[in-house]
Write a protein that binds this ligand. Structure first.
Ligand SMILES: [Zn+2]
Length: 251
């Protein structure tokens, strides 16, 4: 499972974006190598026995996904799943402390509706993109539950998956998501996995960044040692993202 953040030519201090031409090359590569790109719901409930099925997901719901990634995926007639921050629809990403003077706009209502019409699935990325592990149980319930309600009412569609902000998951988060009616919770790959008897699953994903090559994308979708190399790279990135969480918490 792959996760993208920004697909844009605009400069940023972090490396969480890929350029539109990188994205185009990557999607062309996946499709020409026989991968079937589907939404998360299709992946888990309709194509679960198809090893060629994979899901492209996007976190944060930036407008550049509509401007650049959407037309590329449309070319191949394939959908994706996008995780939205429910209180930042149509707004600037002021929740992100690391960007300095550069701000990015989130998708607005019309753009999201168009994606849904084209077969995309929307998921929740919380109400405010808060670091959940640092919140009280009631606050976590609010972030996970209210964002689902808000998105479902606004877009008249089912929200079945939650992507935890900063990719961090624990048992508490999984249990609350289950109670709120989610089918799965996405995080970033880490060495620590929560295998539980809960009827909800943790979905580990590997992020695609500016520095990734076609070879590293192949490794992210493979098994064994090649996959482990990418999981190791992801854990280093996860470690660095703790700095972002710290900066955010000090504001
Ligand atoms: Zn995020």
């Amino acid at each position: 499972m792959l996760v993208y953040h920004k697909v844009d030519n605009k400069f940023e201090l972090g490396l969480t974006r890929v350029t539109p031409s990188q994205f185009n090359r990557q999607i062309y590569h996946l499709i020409s190598h026989g991968y079937k790109l589907v939404t998360l719901t299709d992946l888990f409930f309709r194509c679960s026995d198809d090893p060629s099925a994979i899901a492209i997901t996007f976190d944060d719901g930036y407008e550049d996904i509509f401007d650049y990634a959407f037309p590329i995926l449309q070319k191949y007639n394939v959908p994706a799943t996008i995780f939205l921050i429910s209180s930042y629809i149509g707004k600037l990403n002021e929740w992100d402390a690391n960007l300095g003077w550069i701000h990015f706009k989130h998708l607005d209502k019309e753009e999201i509706s168009e994606l849904i019409q084209a077969g995309w699935e929307i998921g929740s990325h919380g109400v405010n993109h808060k670091y959940l592990k640092g919140l009280s149980k009631r606050e976590i319930e609010n972030e996970i539950g209210e964002s689902k309600k808000c998105l479902e009412n606004q877009f008249n569609t089912k929200v079945s998956f939650f992507a935890s902000p900063f990719g961090k998951i624990n048992l508490n988060i999984l249990e609350i998501a289950l109670n709120k009616g989610y089918k799965g919770v996405c995080g970033f790959y880490s060495f620590k996995r929560y295998r539980t008897t809960l009827q909800i699953f943790e979905i580990p994903r590997l992020a695609v960044y500016f520095t990734d090559s076609i070879k590293s994308i192949d490794r992210k979708l493979s098994t064994g040692l090649r996959l482990k190399i990418e999981i190791f790279k992801q854990s280093i990135t996860n470690f660095c993202s703790n700095a972002t969480i710290l900066v955010n918490s000090l504001r």
